[in-house]
Design a protein around this ligand. Structure first.
Ligand code: BG6
Length: 481
């Protein structure tokens, strides 16, 4: 890598401390970013030393592999400049930028548009000869289709789409990337990865956490905007895409958009068949008593924001005709259990003796542990010809293998210019197109209540086809199947 500068706008904030700096520190420690200089930029008129002290404290708290020696080396890569997000102040850092520079907007979403414009007006979007300029931004990309388009227009005043790297951190997760590798690198899978053999797909992201200290943001967002429009929609499109003719960032994103465009539209008439929302009331998790959402600090007592959302999506194409994809995510649920679970259809033929075969499941688990599980039928040991379900399991990461966090993965890709795991605007756009009608339908009325620590509202069952059940979130066996 030749000299590169990473400018972090909002360098004194929470995202920088908790996620960006620990990731950059680790990459540096592993020798992957030797020529990277990091320039912090924020409103505070700090000295370089003050910024260093601030980051030092953050790494001690948030970098699991902190050592004083590695910090000493890393700290030499840091610099700081204070200023407003206006072109005149920004212009002052011009001499600190390498020909290859990326700007990371670790800023509140309301500043994404103004900051990208100010950078452009300072002349930073245009790359000097032999260099490049990139702009990194993390969700939320708008709060609906109209605001997302407005944001796009603001960012495109000075920046080309190809320079903008939109982060959805789920695309940096091992489990997400494995979904692509496992699907396309295994000959046995493709012939059965379709409606003829698959009965349903369940994508669940359950969290025991509540709204925590994010009341101000969350009460305006809700589960649909916070998790489904972006993270779960990415898992959904990756599970459903067609094989690629060549491995290229744009071809990949074309295929993902094609999936989103093929989803049967949800509208005011059919919304109840396709979407369910819930909100947690007081409840218990283990022995812990948990407050209801409306009693959480900072949440209005009469709030109707959903803390749980479930969708039924149907894809109108040859591969997936008649296969429901269920997506759900919620706060304060029974466990931190997250997975993409694919259920195969029943075997069609006669079975030996009294063997009973359950449907196979292929489960890509993200939490509590990362791994794959294939639920298959095998002979029950004994004199009789009986069957039972067994689980063939493989972890994603074995002892001694390097695991990279989503931020480490995505920062490395951003520096190297690999856009495969970043969102192109049309992905954002089509996800909003699909969900805007749901958001409109949910403007009135109240969500269905569920007890904190439960599996979510019972009304989620109305989305399912007859004979189907949601997989349990509270895993009795501690998460192996
Ligand atoms: C974030 C959401 O994008 O993703 C949070 O805003 C959610 O509400 C989080 O908790 C889940 O991601 P992870 O990687 O922390 O499990």
């Amino acid at each position: 890598m030749s000299d590169t500068t990473l400018v972090i706008l909002g360098a004194t904030g929470d995202l920088t401390q908790r996620l960006l700096m620990p990731a950059l520190y680790r990459l540096h420690r592993l020798g992957l970013t030797k020529d990277l200089r990091i320039l912090g930029y924020a409103m505070e008129g700090w000295s370089r030393q003050r910024f260093e002290d601030h980051i030092h404290k953050a790494l001690k708290a948030f970098a699991p592999d902190y050592t004083a020696a590695a910090w000493k080396r890393f700290s030499q890569r840091l610099d700081y400049a204070g200023g407003q997000l206006d072109p005149n102040d920004l212009a002052k850092i011009k001499d600190k930028l390498a020909p290859a520079t990326l700007f990371y907007m670790a800023l509140p979403p309301s500043l994404f548009g103004p900051a990208s414009q100010a950078l452009g007006e300072a002349g930073f979007a245009a790359a000097p000869r032999g260099g490049w300029r990139r702009l990194v931004v993390e969700k939320p990309f708008g709060t609906d289709l109209a605001s997302a388009e407005k944001l796009r227009a603001a960012m495109h005043t000075h920046w080309e789409e190809s320079q903008i790297l939109r982060i959805d951190h789920f695309l940096g997760k091992e489990a997400t990337q494995n979904l692509m590798v496992f699907r396309f690198a295994n000959r046995f899978l493709e012939p059965v990865w379709n409606a003829q053999h698959i009965a349903q797909v369940q994508i669940t992201y359950a969290e025991t956490l509540g709204v925590e200290k994010r009341a101000g943001y969350y009460d305006h967002a809700g589960a649909l905007r916070d998790m489904l429009q972006n993270h779960l929609m990415q898992l959904f499109s990756l599970a459903a895409i067609e094989p690629l003719s060549c491995w290229d960032a744009d071809v990949l994103r074309d295929h993902k958009v094609e999936v989103l465009r093929s989803v049967k539209p949800i509208n005011a008439r059919n919304v109840d068949k396709h979407a369910v929302r819930g909100q947690y009331r007081a409840g218990t998790l283990g022995r812990k008593k948990l407050a209801g959402y409306r009693s959480e600090p900072g949440i209005p007592r009469g709030s109707n924001t959903e803390t749980f959302a479930a969708l039924r999506l149907e894809i109108d194409n040859w591969r997936w005709q008649g296969v429901p994809f269920y997506l759900r995510s919620g706060k304060r649920l029974a466990s931190d259990c997250s997975e993409i679970a694919v259920q195969f259809r029943e075997v069609p033929g006669a079975l030996p003796g009294g063997v009973k075969a359950d449907n196979n499941w292929m489960v890509f688990r993200m939490k509590p542990e990362q791994g794959m599980h294939l639920l298959a039928n095998a002979k029950l040991p004994g004199l009789e010809l009986d069957g039972h379900q067994v689980t063939l399991s493989a972890p994603y990461v074995r002892d001694g293998e390097h695991e990279f966090s989503a931020y480490e993965q995505l920062l490395m890709d951003a520096i190297e210019g690999d856009r495969s795991h970043f969102l192109r605007f049309d992905e954002v756009e089509w996800a909003w197109r699909l969900l805007d009608p749901v958001l409109r339908a949910w403007q009135g009325g109240t969500p269905d209540f569920y007890a904190a620590g439960s599996e979510g509202p019972s009304t989620q069952n109305r989305l399912l086809d007859r004979g189907q059940h949601w997989r349990s979130i509270a895993l009795p066996d501690g998460g192996t199947a």
